[in-house]
Design a protein around this ligand. Structure first.
Ligand code: MF3
Ligand code: CO
Length: 253
């Protein structure tokens, strides 16, 4: 069942989203060689607690950490750990913030040190893919329009789109209907309606889109060892156009 959120619910999710955006900006300052993703995870937990929020992912289906921290060929759901990051690593930090019952979900890929040209291109195409998807997130459009726009663009740039993980509705719980694939056929799938709140979160790979699961039964990584990047926002479908609840450029932050 796809639900539409009230103005009040959306305001609460927006408050969570602003805090999440602030947290990402703090993470960005901390992504240096020598830091560990466990330290980042501890920082996030403390930052959220200091602001009266909780990390919704911790304990969700038994997930053990506040953040997912996926390094290089890890696609998503990487476990934060004690290994030091080195120059050139790319790290996707994904988290869901719960502030007074309002949820928001956003992932961001960071580079440790200066990116080389290949890394710049991967990150730029992945971020553009997110915004190509967001442009389609309008009342009257269909879910397939989002995936189609992302796939056309990302594959046209020589990258592949992960199939095994999708965006999703979000509300009182992290994962609600509908699924939002980042690939697909224009004009197909359920129609988007005002008040729906969804995530768009393309995972874009250098090589194959195919993934395999680690022994921890959480972490997905590419089968060919190619790197994977991801940007994710939580979006409200509104007749004024897509409203990003997790915008890091929001001037009121
Ligand atoms: N934030 C993730 C997403 O985008 C949620 C992962 S579920 C978890 O869907 F349990 F791994 F946290
Ligand atoms: Co999500």
């Amino acid at each position: 069942m796809i639900t539409r959120k009230s103005k009040r619910e959306i305001e609460m999710m927006h408050e969570a989203g602003k805090l999440l955006a602030k947290c990402h900006k703090e993470i960005s300052n901390r992504m240096k060689p020598g830091v560990t993703t466990k330290e980042i995870d501890d920082f996030v937990e403390k930052f959220l607690a200091d602001h009266g929020a909780t990390p919704e992912q911790k304990g969700y289906s038994g997930y053990p950490y506040a953040t997912c921290a996926s390094i290089n060929d890890e696609i998503c759901h990487g476990f934060p750990r004690d290994e030091q990051l080195v120059k050139g690593d790319i790290v996707t930090i994904d988290m869901v913030v719960n502030l007074n019952g309002g949820l928001a979900d956003s992932a961001w890929t960071y580079v440790v040190g200066e990116p080389d040209e290949d890394t710049k291109k991967l990150l730029e195409v992945t971020k553009n893919s997110l915004y190509k998807g967001i442009e389609q997130a309008m009342p009257g459009k269909r879910i397939g329009d989002i995936g189609h726009a992302i796939q056309q663009y990302a594959e046209g740039e020589g990258f592949s789109v992960v199939r095994d993980f999708t965006g999703h509705g979000i509300g009182p719980t992290i994962h609600e209907d509908p699924h939002i694939p980042h690939f697909g056929i224009a004009g197909k799938g359920p129609r988007l309606k005002e008040g729906m709140v969804v995530t768009i979160e393309p995972m874009i790979n250098e090589g194959t889109w195919q993934s395999k699961m680690d022994d921890n039964n959480w972490t997905a990584r590419t089968t060919d060892g190619g790197r994977s990047a991801q940007y994710e926002h939580t979006i409200v479908i509104s007749k004024e156009g897509p409203m990003i609840l997790t915008d890091q450029d929001d001037e009121s932050l």
